[in-house]
Design a protein around this ligand. Structure first.
Ligand SMILES: *Cc1c(COP(=O)(O)O)cnc(C)c1O
Length: 365
């Protein structure tokens, strides 16, 4: 493809797909990110040639030269989204145009070529179509889609690579929380930050996750589930979790999330929650929240609920906060009413159970 936004995908069905019986066994309890479908999408890019060689083929290892640029300088970005089985049996995606735009924005930040939005949407369509039997049935299951792109040029010099590989793989997932939604405990890292102004925090790149892992390990060590990162400059304001945005619900009916300051990832769930909360009659604000205020407002009872949000876990209540000098609970430490109502609203929209006035639901099949 050069110029146009359309890619012609060559479809090469997997000659040895997983049998229906084995697939059913895998789908019974897929967990998260461990089970994969029969196919993958690959599209190549080269400077001067553009995007080419678009394929849907058997999922298989990708042969790679040890001097491939991504292995040395980490030019890599990704997306995360879910294909849902709608109540009418169709298959839908939630706001995939937003994922396409974010992948392009991440590409610009990482000096990578932009995949046209239409090619992105087509790649998802082709993969879900051929692997549709892998979408779990039932309320909680979905097919997690992982589009990603990396520098494949064989070259050790430091500059933007001139060859890339874009891929999509798919993984059936069950309920993120086995046994229902329960509040998580978060760790406020005293030592580590995730992203700094001028850095790559707003890009969905693997490097941000690499930077967050040692803090996540520290959180587990402290008996917590997830890390909350503070801003890198003053270590005062709440940015977000390692892979989820954060919201605060106050007794005066206000719902607050930190503003997109360049080091926060612009979550599509975050953006949707802002809209849904306003429609539900809450006063919605994007403003900085300091850790000191978080603690004081939790103590006074002014802060009623806190939750994290992202595609994988949808909306997760935060019940307790720990840091080196202590800990505090939010509300009674349980799942808050506003949190659970927003969660239900979002899930019902994604499953096609309620009207979709925003046109967020994209029918794939
Ligand atoms: C992907 C991601 C989110 C959530 O984004 P969604 O579009 O809502 O899934 C939040 N924070 C980080 C760091 C992320 O990588």
């Amino acid at each position: 493809m050069s110029g146009g936004d359309q890619l012609d995908f060559e479809i090469r069905p997997n000659p040895a797909p997983v049998s229906a019986a084995d697939r059913a066994a895998l789908l019974a309890n897929p967990g998260f990110g461990r089970v994969f479908t029969d196919h993958m999408v690959t599209v190549r890019y080269a400077d001067g040639k553009g995007w080419y060689d678009a394929r849907v083929e058997a999922r298989a290892p990708i042969p790679m030269d040890p001097a491939s640029a991504v292995l040395h300088y980490a030019q890599e970005i990704f997306e995360g989204m879910k294909a849902y089985r709608a109540v009418d049996g169709g298959v839908t995606l939630f706001r995939p145009e937003a994922n396409a735009a974010r992948l392009a924005a991440s590409a610009r930040r990482m000096a990578m070529p932009e995949l046209p939005a239409q090619a992105f949407l087509d790649s998802l369509h082709r993969l879900v179509e051929i692997d549709r039997e892998w979408i779990p049935d039932g309320e909680d299951g979905s097919l997690y889609l992982r589009p990603f792109m990396f520098a494949s040029e064989v070259f050790l010099g430091v500059r933007p690579a001139n060859e890339y590989l874009y891929c999509v793989i798919a993984s059936p997932v069950g309920a993120y929380f086995s046994g229902g939604v329960k509040p998580v405990t978060v760790w406020v890292s005293p030592d580590y930050t995730r992203a700094a102004p001028g850095g790559t925090g707003a890009a969905k790149c693997g490097g941000n996750y690499a930077a967050s892992l040692v803090a996540q390990a520290e959180a587990i060590e402290a008996g917590c589930d997830q890390v909350v990162f503070l801003d890198a400059v003053e270590r005062r304001f709440v940015d977000e979790l390692g892979g989820m945005n954060v919201f605060f619900v106050y007794s005066d009916n206000t719902v607050v999330t930190p503003p997109l300051n360049g080091s926060i990832l612009p979550g599509i769930t975050r953006e949707s929650v802002l809209t849904l909360a306003a429609e539900a009659g809450h006063r919605v604000e994007e403003r900085p929240v300091s850790f000191a205020d978080w603690q004081a407002d939790a103590a006074s009872g002014r802060l009623r609920e806190v939750f994290a949000c992202g595609t994988a876990a949808v909306i997760t209540p935060i019940g307790e906060v720990r840091f080196p000098d202590g800990q505090f609970a939010i509300g009674g430490g349980g799942a808050g009413e506003v949190t659970m109502a927003l969660r239900q609203q979002l899930v019902d929209l994604q499953r096609g159970k309620v009207a979709d006035p925003h046109g967020w639901v994209h029918r794939l099949l």
